[in-house]
Write a protein that binds this ligand. Sequence first.
Ligand code: SF4
Length: 404
Amino acid sequence: MSAWESSLRDAGSNVDWKEKLPALVGTFSSWSENIRPLALKVSKGQRLSLDDGLLLYSHPNLSEVGRLSNCIRTARFDFNAFFNSNVHVNQTNVCVLACKFCAFRRSKRATDAYSLDIEAYLDDLAQYADVVDEVHSVGGLHPDWDVDHYESLFTESKKRFPHIAIKALTAVEIKHISQLSNISFTETLSRLKKAGLDSLPGGGAEILDDDVRAIICNGKESSSEYLEIHRCAHELGIPTNCTMLFGTIETLEQRLMHMIQLRELNDETHGFQCFVPYPFLPDDSRLPEAQLATGSEILRTIAISRLMLDSIPHIKAYRMNIGDELAELALQYGADDIDGTVQKESIMHLAGSTTPLDHDRIRLARLISDAGCVPVQRNTTYEQFKVFIPPVPKQRKKLKMANL
Ligand code: SF4
């Protein structure tokens, strides 16, 4: 089993990936005529524009968009596809906001509202502590939990589970905690880092357009605040992810401008390691005007993310949201990461996800191998990697083919 290390900034990417592109893109006559100028740009490692992104959204041949995105994915990571061993512990569903798309939040008085105190949180985590090396914790904006609460939570978690990296708190949670504590974003993040916070997830970006935000998540952090909080984290040496919730009310231009803002921030800070585009899941939530993304649109958006986001190393196919089958296919459409084992998760499942939560490393690695990729287990911050070849199943079911 081979293992290797990388820097936070490269996050496991081949450092000379742009040099590999001409050979991977190949001859231009093998591409449809209208996409050739983009193939030329990709082969030269040039950045795609908003108009290029729109052309990719309207290109009739989806598999060709996937093929072009896979040139970059392969240049960066060869055939490796990444996963980790993690668990999601959502610390509270109590939230002072009521984003329209959210099926998770509850008011404090709701009968199914919950808030895990520190002991309950640690007890939850203890059930998985032997098999995970990351806890992903996001939750509602609790009216009483300020920075002191989270400092204690992270300090106690690290005392009890020093081997578990803490990836926690979305930008809006950081904003809420800093407001409750009357301190700046930087001071909030700095104190939490000292207490044990290792990285930030990317949630809460939705679409970085304040007109869209006013409708789907009124009261949440503004687009510029989202970017500012991630900038502060990067400046403190805290790596972060970034996300995009698509398929609500946004236009294609707004999706692409969302990506452009993220890549421009990362040109300066180099702290985004992974972009996670995921579609709105309609069940049980409150956004009837949502446009809802089809399977093809999800794959296309993942592929376009890879093509537009040249400054962000990883593109994740978030299996908790899009399901294992589409996540597996997305590995041929520019994605290189399918998240982790995720033993427990509430937010996507309350919104309608049916993705299984009982996958161990072997099942996840098989899923990656079946997609034609090499399964690589990574740590939270994409600095340590180990190839994980799953054992061959004792018996493969012989599927009846049409000619039998
Ligand atoms: S998305 Fe987050 S901030 Fe918005 S209502 Fe849900 S839990 Fe609260």
